[in-house]
Design a binder for this molecule. Structure first.
Ligand SMILES: [Fe+2]
Length: 267
């Protein structure tokens, strides 16, 4: 398997604290069936984040250590980029890395809101030949409230990466429910661990994968877990199914209907 979203590199963001933890995470990845991991340290802005060259140096050190310890995990370069109107500029200036130098860019939204320029950001990336991959939208408060915000962004050309731990309820029930809704409405194209440590946010996925199997077909499972990540690594386009618009379940809030229902239940 291939993980497209990981904070496995030591000391570059809020992920792995040091080399020892990174090596431990690598071992957990192998135990869980992963052979390739794309390292995606956060890029928020140039003042506080590690730029491409610096991340590359850390990656080289990590690869050397993996080699020394005989751990056969392939680790590739990228960033998880916080929403910004400067993403294209930052790619062109070499500040940030796309996913393994492909056309795909992992973009993170704020937790509680969506920037007003979101559609423009997607449009600009597509215009320049990049494909925005929205990281864990099931964790965004606006999308939890209305999954069709994501439906519209997919129609505008964005793709979606969902976090496997969301399916286990590791971030809470609302996020878990949204994750299931997105899967059932064909609004997920890739999965990732978003692993940050060897502890509570480790890359252990056995429970999440069995939940995933109970929600989607075997064909879709293979597409999300094996086919799409491979196509991404080869910088090819994925075959995507049209998303299905979400229709919220209607509550019986009409007072007359509610009263009739109560009366019918009594008599
Ligand atoms: Fe992340």
């Amino acid at each position: 398997m291939i993980d497209l979203h990981s904070h496995i590199l030591p000391g570059v963001d809020d992920g792995s604290e040091d080399m020892e933890m990174s090596i431990d995470m690598a071992r957990i990845y192998l135990e869980n069936g992963y052979r390739t991991v794309i390292a995606t340290p956060h890029y928020i802005d140039e003042g506080i984040s590690f730029k491409r060259d610096k991340v590359k140096d850390v990656l080289e050190d990590f690869r050397r250590e993996l080699d020394k310890q005989g751990i056969g995990l392939e680790v590739l370069l990228a960033h998880e980029v916080y929403s910004s109107i400067d993403i294209v500029k930052d790619i062109k200036e070499g500040n940030i890395s796309t996913l393994n130098n492909t056309r795909y860019v992992l973009v993170e939204f704020p937790m509680f809101d969506l920037p007003l320029y979101t559609e423009n950001m997607i449009y600009e990336l597509l215009l320049e030949g990049y494909v925005p991959l929205i990281a864990h939208p099931e964790r965004n408060a606006r999308i939890i409230d209305n999954p069709n915000i994501l439906y519209n962004l997919i129609l505008k050309g964005a793709l979606v990466q969902m976090n496997l731990p969301s399916l286990e309820g590791r971030y809470g029930g609302g996020i878990q429910t949204t994750a299931e809704i997105l899967l059932k409405h064909h609004m997920v194209h890739f999965l990732g661990t978003d692993a940050h440590s060897n502890g509570t946010r480790s890359p252990r996925v056995d429970k999440a994968l069995s939940i995933l199997k109970s929600i989607i077909s075997e064909e879709e499972y293979n597409r999300l877990i094996y086919v799409n990540p491979r196509l991404l690594l080869e910088d090819k386009l994925i075959k995507m199914r049209l998303p299905i618009e979400y229709k919220a379940k209607k509550h019986n809030s009409c007072p007359k209907k509610l009263l009739r229902k109560i009366i019918n239940n009594i008599f």
